[in-house]
Design a protein around this ligand. Structure first.
Ligand code: 3PG
Length: 305
């Protein structure tokens, strides 16, 4: 049985070793394809794979066609918008994610970005503090909950809105439940995005919604870049020079972001889950889920039907 790790953005080596231990303890063989630059390399590597562990790697029908033995793909992480679920189902392949395993890493990055921005990107001028500011969390899943926990430690006032999470569950954590995402943008000093990329959310963070923020508002996106309506947000940043936009991964738009200097920051690669701990948690969870699937038929965390 061959288990392939196919990661264009590699796991920390310590995580690969952890995965290797799980895989080899079950009597399977581990293969590694890291930092690949051509899709052809992925197609060749999956040819004899029974299972694949991926990160944000794109898995489409062509990949399934090239993998006749493939039975399971585990996305070591939360978002699985990079996997063609219909194609997986059509090929009889189970797809899983590992929810929650990298949530703390993403949540910590939110505050790394925020402190950097409110201290004026460490340019020597007096900045502001997070204590006493109102943080609005859009979507109260694993990452949103961790963001709320850390925000309380900073002494922030915290609200959240989640279309699928009852207000009582949010309030039970000592977080104010907003009635709508509009209310969150109207009232918060800072809005942090934790929505998945779905047909409903793609490009939903647009000119009008971001434009509802009060003077000096900050939007921080550690979710998918696809949830941002880039044209609208770029237009707004031009119109409202008081707003800041921080994003974990550069938008696609081909504009000179230098024009927003002091109000804009992006990471060069998606960095939210890029910690040794998150790699270990998500990678080992993926390996265990594969072993559980082959040995006991366990399909917990399956995301395609
Ligand atoms: C996730 O969906 O879990 C995060 O965005 C992490 O993605 P990555 O594995 O590509 O860092």
């Amino acid at each position: 049985m061959k288990i392939l790790i196919a990661t264009e953005k590699p796991f920390a080596p310590v995580a690969v070793e952890g995965i290797r231990k799980e895989v080899e303890a079950a009597g399977y063989q581990l293969a590694l394809l890291e930092k690949y630059t051509e899709k052809q390399q992925l197609l060749a590597a999956v040819a004899d794979a029974d299972a694949v562990i991926i990160r944000s790697d794109k898995i489409d029908a062509e990949v399934f066609d090239a993998a006749p033995q493939l039975k399971i793909v585990v996305r070591a992480g939360a978002g699985y918008d990079n996997v063609d679920l219909d194609a997986a189902t059509a090929h009889g392949v189970v797809v899983m994610n590992t929810p929650g395993q990298n949530a703390n890493a993403v949540a910590e990055l939110v505050f790394g970005l925020l402190v950097y921005a409110v201290r004026n990107f460490y340019n020597g001028k007096a900045g502001t503090e997070l204590a006493g500011k109102h943080l609005g969390i859009l979507a109260y899943g694993n990452v949103g909950r961790n963001v709320a926990r850390i925000a309380k430690g900073f002494g922030m006032e915290v609200s959240a809105y989640d279309a699928f999470c009852p207000a009582e569950a949010i309030e039970a954590d000592g977080v104010k439940a907003a009635k709508s995402q509009e209310e969150l943008f109207d009232t918060a000093d800072i809005v942090s995005l934790h929505i998945p990329a779905t047909p409903e959310t793609i490009r939903s963070i647009n000119h009008d919604l971001f434009g509802r923020m009060k003077q000096g508002g900050i939007l921080v996106n550690t979710a998918r870049k696809e949830v941002i309506d880039e044209a609208g947000v770029i237009q707004l940043l031009g119109e409202r020079t008081d707003l800041k936009f921080l994003t974990d991964i550069k938008p696609d738009a081909d504009v000179d972001f230098q024009q927003f200097e002091g109000r804009y920051f992006s990471t060069p690669k998606k960095m939210g889950a890029q910690t040794a701990e998150a790699n270990i948690n998500a990678g080992i969870a993926a390996a265990k889920q594969i072993v559980g699937f082959f040995t006991e038929g366990c399909t917990r965390f399956q995301v395609n039907k």
